[in-house]
Design a protein around this ligand. Structure first.
Ligand code: SF4
Length: 521
């Protein structure tokens, strides 16, 4: 397929006349055409097509069809029928009344091109450009962001079933590619063990029996991997996705102890961000939020929330489920900056707002990130002792003064466990040992080092925290922050009306559904 980019020059006269007669009050499709004009042009998709080959159906029109198809929940066949038979769609697409449209399979091919070219975001960009041209969107003002969970398209499976299914999936894949090799090698008893889905079998009850089966599956998987790596096995089998998944899952879940294959303890398995949860969707990860466990992803929506214009989604990002919200702040701002859509104030919940992000947003983009900064989790704060807020910090002279007037004896710039910059200050034992309020301040009971220690963020972040906490109690801040809650309505609409809660296909991230990757911490 090649692209012969054409301009869509308005709506043909006869199409317009007949469509207006049939829809005197217009329809959604006609309003889009009237309000936003030729939303997508063929040239927007030129990079997705080769220069040679049979001419493709207009990608600009296919993009419009895809949007309408999604809005009306139509199958590919129904959407192709609508292009052929509906007057308002012909009006939207600028087609002659007699235009026969296209075969429904063209839509699949178009989506494949969008995915392969990571061009899904282009659709949103064009809509936002059109909105900006019509004065519905501008830089500055207010925006808000929130996230929600997205369930993997693969069914959720746990423990024993996950391991059995991983081996079964690899066997099925090998059977499809080299059936003769597999039947010549397969131990006969495996037909009973791996012929049907594990969740459809009667699994043993009791921990000992389950452990026995888990280790049996582990030994079988290792045996298969060894056979696949033997010199006489077809090399192509080792490269099959499901075989690679088996290998990765086995490394994560098993080890060999004196010739026995054993399951790793939980603490010896990789962290959640790396751990496979199903062989059928290797991008999905397991996570928990407010007591809800799920396998899959997270989606973050950012929308404008100005009082005198419509709320428009300006950024969508998908990450695996283990990525913390705070890691999306910088990518969201960078993405909006590239499109000249940065807000002045960005309302977020506590998951996104840390002192570091507030400082970075101001410094890098002049964006005021507004959200509650999490309270300190130190025991002093919880038990009403002397928290950091009770100490006076003299940044210039690099000294801290405690509520009893003692001054710190050490001040050192250092790194936290996460690698971020911190300042560590310490009070002398001579001041703290005899202190009458010591129990409210430190639990250090070392004979030689009884001084209070304090870890501070860098000055800019420290001051942001102090300011933010002071502001959070004011009516003005509360009134401003109240606008953040509206994004939950948008997310709810996405879940209820557009199926946002569940992936439409497996391996979402690998197929280019993330518009931005969060940077490493
Ligand atoms: S324990 Fe030390 S730092 Fe804490 S209040 Fe007493 S003198 Fe000050």
């Amino acid at each position: 397929m090649s692209l012969h980019a054409r301009r869509i020059d308005g709506v043909p006269k006869e199409t317009s006349r007949v469509a207006r007669a049939a829809f005197p009050k217009g329809s959604l499709a006609m309003r889009i055409r009237d309000e936003l004009g030729e939303l997508f042009s063929d040239a927007d998709f030129a990079e997705l097509y080769p220069n040679r080959g049979k001419p493709a159906w207009s990608p600009g029109r296919l993009a419009l069809v895809s949007v309408m198809q999604f809005a009306e929940s139509l199958s590919d066949r129904q959407a192709a029928d609508a292009v052929r038979g509906r007057l308002d769609w012909k009006y939207l697409l600028g087609l002659e009344l007699a235009d026969p449209g296209f075969d429904h399979s063209v839509l699949t091919e178009f989506r494949d091109r969008l995915i392969a070219g990571d061009a899904g975001v282009e659709l949103l960009d064009r809509v936002l450009e059109a909105a900006a041209e019509h004065g519905l969107l501008k830089a500055g003002g207010r925006a808000r962001t929130d996230s929600t969970i997205v369930l993997s398209a693969a069914r959720q499976i746990n423990g024993l079933v996950r391991l059995g299914e991983t081996l079964r999936a690899a066997l099925n894949s090998v059977a499809a590619h080299e059936p003769e090799w597999l039947t010549g090698w397969l131990p006969p008893e495996w037909f009973d063990r791996y012929a049907i889905r594990f969740e459809d079998t009667r699994l043993p009850k009791g921990k000992a029996k389950q452990t026995e089966l888990i280790e049996q599956i582990g030994a079988d998987g290792l045996r298969l991997l060894s056979a696949l790596h033997a010199p006489d096995a077809p090399a192509s089998l080792r490269l099959l996705d499901r075989v690679q998944t088996l290998q990765q899952m086995w490394i994560q879940q098993y080890f060999v102890d004196n010739g026995h294959v054993r399951r790793r303890d939980l603490k010896d398995r990789p962290p959640g961000a790396e751990r496979l949860v199903t062989p059928y969707d290797t991008d999905a990860r397991g996570s928990v939020k407010r007591g809800v466990f799920w396998d899959g992803y997270k989606v973050h929506l950012t929308e404008t929330c100005e009082p005198d214009s419509p709320n428009l989604i300006t950024h969508v990002a998908t990450t695996d489920s283990t990525v913390q919200d705070v890691r999306l702040v910088a990518p969201i701002h960078a993405h909006l900056a590239e499109r000249d859509l940065l807000p002045d104030r960005h309302l977020v919940d506590a998951g996104y707002a840390t002192a570091r992000e507030v400082v970075a947003a101001r410094r890098d983009h002049k964006v005021n990130l507004v959200g509650p900064i999490l309270a300190s989790t130190s025991w002093q704060t919880k038990d009403g002792g002397f928290s950091q807020a009770d100490f006076a910090i003299d940044w210039e002279n690099r000294q801290v003064t405690c509520p009893n007037g003692a001054t710190s004896s050490r001040w050192a710039e250092d790194r936290s466990q996460e690698g971020t910059a911190v300042v560590r200050a310490r009070f002398p034992t001579a001041a703290c040992r005899p202190c009458e309020t010591r129990e409210q301040c430190t639990r250090s009971n070392s004979k030689w080092d009884m001084g209070r220690r304090i870890t501070l963020r860098p000055q800019a972040e420290y001051e942001v925290i102090q300011q933010a906490r002071a502001q959070e109690d004011t009516q003005e801040w509360k009134a401003q922050y109240a606008h953040r809650a509206g994004v939950e309505g948008t997310i709810s609409q996405g879940v209820r009306a557009f199926g946002l809660r569940r992936c439409r296909f497996k391996a979402w991230l690998r197929h280019g559904c993330s518009t931005s990757s969060p940077p490493p911490l």
